[in-house]
Design a protein around this ligand. Structure first.
Ligand SMILES: *Cc1c(COP(=O)(O)O)cnc(C)c1O
Length: 379
């Protein structure tokens, strides 16, 4: 294995380490592509690749075969263009800026209303060019997307050759729930829209959509969370690997007598003479307070130290977190690294215990980590 550290710190102190396994990422791309049948696997790298860092993530996805990338905003798209000159780049939030700025960089907005389509048509006419853009169809999500009432007019504009969308897309509201009737309902509406835009490349599925079956695959998949190795839905047979690990140093180990309290609010009261380890991480680093003690709820999270599971105790503070190491079997030392997310502690489980979803955990991870990007020398 070769390691590369992405960020520079002036002082070399004990600090949490985020490891991102690029070989696992590449494996996951191939695994999801295999599950996607004939559809091409495009990837979603919005919010800096779900917090993992586009600079390191995107080249690996490209090498694995990805040709199209989706981001949320025009600024994300411009940053991505600086990394990849030859990929298709789609902006899912729509036409949020002057289209000329996008056209110059060959960035494709996902046009989300009749008004945005009209502005794009004007730009295409000005430049006498069919500039790349997608049309984003609303099939019942009621977030972004062109309403059914506006589909026929846009279909007429396309027929008249005013512009040709490169992609017709829509987004599923409940793809992680296989049995949810909304999936079928959105599929039917998407089919209806496609009748109006018959020869346009079509995209409906996100990661969850891949596992709804081939009806949902169409021509292009927009996969995000599945690649980054954490999913809350059933992907057992896909063989996805863990990408992200978070290890945190023990800053101090202390004895706490029975009856003493630990941390803010005195929520944790030692039921026995205990040993407590203080970890250098807190909610400022994206560790959700719901993982620790809260006024009416005891801490629910566990961590792993040398493969042994240990409970988190007390409230999570801004920069520090406490765990009970009384039952740890072995020698305890300052500087030992405790796993908060990784092979033993699954991101999806952390998310559940934090009353959140893995998407939110990933995108909240802060800036105080040392990041290691691991890659096998040979694939
Ligand atoms: C975020 C997003 C995706 C990716 O979804 P995952 O569940 O992470 O695979 C796809 N399409 C749209 C419109 C999105 O907003």
């Amino acid at each position: 294995m070769t390691n590369s550290v992405s960020s520079k710190f002036p002082v070399n102190e004990l600090c949490p380490i985020l490891s991102i396994d690029l070989t696992a990422l590449s494996h996951n791309y191939v695994a999801l592509q295999k599950k996607s049948g004939n559809a091409k696997l495009a990837t979603v790298v919005k919010a800096d690749a779900y917090g993992l860092g586009i600079d390191n993530i995107v080249p690996v996805l490209k090498a694995a075969g990805c040709e199209s990338f989706f981001v949320a905003t025009a600024n994300e798209a411009a940053a991505l263009r600086a990394i990849t000159n030859d990929s298709d780049i789609y902006i899912m939030n729509g036409l949020t800026c002057d289209g000329a700025e996008l056209a110059d960089k060959k960035l494709a907005p996902c046009l989300a209303s009749a008004e945005e389509v009209a502005r794009w048509i004007t730009l295409c006419a000005d430049r006498s060019s069919n500039l790349p853009a997608a049309i984003h169809i609303d099939t019942g999500f009621n977030r972004l997307g062109i309403c059914p009432d506006d589909w026929p007019e846009i279909a007429d504009q396309v027929k008249a050759g005013l512009f040709t969308p490169r992609l017709i897309m829509s987004h599923l509201a409940c793809s992680e729930h296989k049995e949810h009737p909304k999936n079928r309902s959105q599929l039917e509406k998407f089919e209806a829209a496609r009748q109006l835009f018959p020869d346009v490349t079509a995209s409906l599925a996100n990661s969850g959509g891949i596992f709804l079956g081939s009806d949902f695959h169409y021509n292009l998949i927009r996969a995000g969370i599945g690649l980054y190795g954490s999913v809350e839905f059933d992907t057992a047979d896909a063989g996805l690997q863990n990408v992200l690990s978070l290890h945190v140093p023990i800053l101090q180990i202390r004895d706490v007598k029975q009856g003493e309290t630990v941390g803010y609010g005195c929520d944790f009261i030692a039921q026995r003479d205990s040993q407590v380890a203080i970890l250098g991480i807190g909610y400022a680093d994206g560790i959700f307070r719901h993982l620790g003690d809260l006024e009416n709820k005891p801490a629910s999270a566990t961590v792993a130290l040398e493969g042994q599971m240990l409970p988190l105790i007390g409230r999570i503070s801004m920069d520090l977190t406490t765990i009970d190491v009384t039952d740890f079997n072995g020698k305890l030392e300052k500087g030992m690294m405790v796993e908060l997310i990784g092979e033993n502690i699954k991101l999806a489980d952390v998310a559940k215990r934090a009353n959140s979803i893995s998407y939110e955990i990933l995108t909240r991870l802060g800036t105080r980590y040392k990041r290691y990007y691991k890659q096998s020398d040979k694939p």
